[in-house]
Design a protein around this ligand. Sequence first.
Ligand code: FES
Length: 110
Amino acid sequence: MFFNKEQVWYRLTDAPDALPWQANQMCLVEVNGKTLTLARYNNAYYAFAHKCPHASGIMADGFLDAQGQVVCPLHRYRFNIQNGRNTSGEGYYLKTYPLESRADGLYILL
Ligand code: FES
């Protein structure tokens, strides 16, 4: 994976389980003034945009389907939480962010 030289790793938390997880296994986090959605699926964490690229639905108010895709609450478009690909075919792209679990916490690259 290639990173832009201006990108920086930020520590999201030292205790991922203590984040304010909703029943849908998503929560909002704020990093460096930016609001993002965090999801946990199959013992892994994923980070992606706060708002849907279609019409700004709040992704954390949607749900993760049985395949681990995030479903927007407004018009039910689906996105792969690993790469942001729009899997329901409308041609949108959900911005995703790399995460890294380290000994001292969960880090995100912005
Ligand atoms: S706003 Fe997300 S699918 Fe329309």
